[in-house]
Design a protein around this ligand. Structure first.
Ligand SMILES: [Zn+2]
Length: 509
């Protein structure tokens, strides 16, 4: 054997070995290029370990969607191999879990993953934004929770994911992919939660970047019928995002954010499905034309983008260490969704994008929407029991937002106008941030310590106990009258100086 051939042989041999040796991370390979019959091949090398056996888990639930989705249902042909390529016993326990023996000697685990849907109009409706969809040569919508799992015994490890794909495809995501070559992209994340939190759209790019403060915002669009449309959408949402930036004090607590928008032509009507993430939003939109898409997206964008505050930068341990098999839910959905939705209605008036009458109409809308729910329930209990109380879940966006409105007014009242909900959120972001979780049971006391002793009673009465939202008394402090029988909110005649001062501090009107 001459030297050159020997060298090649050694390289092939050693790279073969390297590819199969365990490191500290999960090393995943996902093959989109050879998708066939709505199935793709996925394989991985587990992290270095000393385990006799291990339990492999695919998520039953994921954050933001409080229903058992059982992502194990998409997995088939599950096999484990040792270093010599010999099959090692892997037993499926149920839809979402497998037990693998001799885990320390596993060189590779391979399985096949089916796509979750092909068309938006397909039954059952809903939940499509949580699973993956493959259209070879056109588009892949990837949610890693349907492709990638973890060992219960080996949590909190990094993931190195190598994706093989069509050479024309670009990965649009909140995370940064490294392009290794034409057909290979690499993604490295610090843990499973981060991976699952960032869906990705693989397709021929129709992307526009905008800069909001120091934050890079990606708008990525896919439609079979329409090309070069991302710029139109980006222009529309840019105004909202820059107003949100000013509202948040000028500096945003993230470096990158992504809007991933998939549009499909449907014969009539409109359908939408989306899932919010910490640094991105995935929107699946079905319509005959694109006429109403910019408006629809603006509505979605204004709420979703505010999630960069909470839960991204302010969340409890239940969120930080989310258990994908049997989650214990945080009691603070009133904050994650309620405060986010409150910021969505408060920002336009504070930024002078709408007038006080329009703002009052928005409050009336929330009041009317709230009526459909059971308003005597405790918001903290609704939160921990969200899985069993799905019919009440949407009330976090109504009553939750109105509670935060009342909290804002109460804070302004106690601080002589100097401190409101926006300031509170800034303080919490500073105190916690993306890596530091608060203790679920401590939050009310923490906020009380950061603000005023009286605030503890507010939380006790209206968030922990299910007392009705104190809308009438709160709005009156700002010179607005809420007529409880007519469900209307109007400015009162001859407001006092105190009322006007509070209104000015609260909504700058
Ligand atoms: Zn939300």
């Amino acid at each position: 054997m001459n030297k050159f051939v020997l060298l090649i042989a050694m390289l092939v041999f050693s790279s073969g070995l390297l590819a199969q040796s365990q490191t500290n991370s999960y090393q995943y390979k996902i093959d989109l290029l050879n998708e066939k019959n709505n199935k793709i091949c996925v394989s991985f090398v587990p992290p270095k370990n000393n385990l006799q056996k291990g339990k492999f888990v695919m998520p039953k639930l994921i954050p933001g969607y409080y229903d058992a989705l059982n992502f194990g249902q998409y997995i088939s042909e599950f096999q484990a191999f040792n270093k010599r390529g010999k099959n090692i016993a892997a037993k499926r326990l149920d839809t979402n879990t497998w037990v693998i023996s001799d885990l320390k000697n596993i060189a590779k685990i391979a399985y096949v993953v089916s796509g979750g849907w092909n068309q938006l109009t397909q039954n059952p409706p809903g939940g499509k934004s949580t699973s993956s969809m493959y259209k070879k040569d056109s588009v892949f919508v990837i949610n890693y929770n349907s492709l990638v799992g973890y060992f219960e015994e080996i949590k909190n490890r990094g993931y190195d994911v190598t994706i093989t794909k069509n050479k024309k495809f670009y990965p649009s995501s909140a995370l940064d992919y490294i392009c290794k070559n034409d057909t290979t992209d690499i993604l490295s994340v610090k843990n499973y939660r981060q991976l699952v939190d960032a869906p990705v759209l693989f397709c021929v790019p129709d992307t526009t970047w905008i800069k909001v403060g120091d934050t890079k915002v990606l708008v990525s669009f896919y439609s079979k019928e329409h090309r070069a449309y991302s710029k139109t959408l980006a222009t529309k949402i840019e105004t909202i995002l820059s107003n949100q930036q000013t509202y948040l004090g000028g500096k945003l607590p993230v470096n990158k954010y992504a809007f991933l928008i998939y549009q499909e032509k449907i014969p009539k009507g409109m359908t939408g499905d989306g899932l919010e993430h910490n640094n991105s939003t995935l929107c699946l939109y079905g319509s005959k034309t694109l006429d109403r898409l910019p408006e629809a997206l603006m509505g979605v964008a204004s709420h979703e983008f505010f999630h960069i505050l909470t839960p991204l930068n302010v969340h409890s341990e239940e969120v930080q260490n989310f258990n994908f098999l049997n989650p214990r839910l945080s009691r603070h959905l009133w904050l994650y969704e309620g405060m986010t939705e409150y910021a969505t209605i408060h920002m336009p008036i504070k930024q002078h994008m709408i007038n006080i009458q329009e703002f009052a109409k928005n409050i009336e809308g929330k009041i009317k929407a709230m009526e459909k729910f059971n308003n005597s329930l405790s918001m903290t209990e609704m939160s921990t029991n969200a899985i069993n109380m799905q019919d009440q879940y949407m009330n976090f966006y109504q009553k939750g937002a109105l509670l935060c409105l009342c909290l804002d007014i109460r804070l302004r009242e106690l601080s002589n106008g100097k401190f409101g909900a926006q300031d509170l959120m800034q303080k919490l972001v500073k105190k916690y941030g993306p890596e530091r979780a608060f203790k679920d049971e401590d939050l009310f006391n923490v906020i009380t310590a950061l603000t005023f002793p009286e605030i503890r009673k507010f939380f006790r009465d209206y968030v922990e106990a299910g007392r009705p939202v104190p809308l009438k008394e709160s709005l009156l402090k700002a010179g607005l009258d809420y007529d409880e029988s007519a469900k209307t909110v109007v400015e009162i005649n001859n407001p006092s100086i105190g009322q006007l001062a509070l209104r000015k501090a609260w909504i700058d009107q």
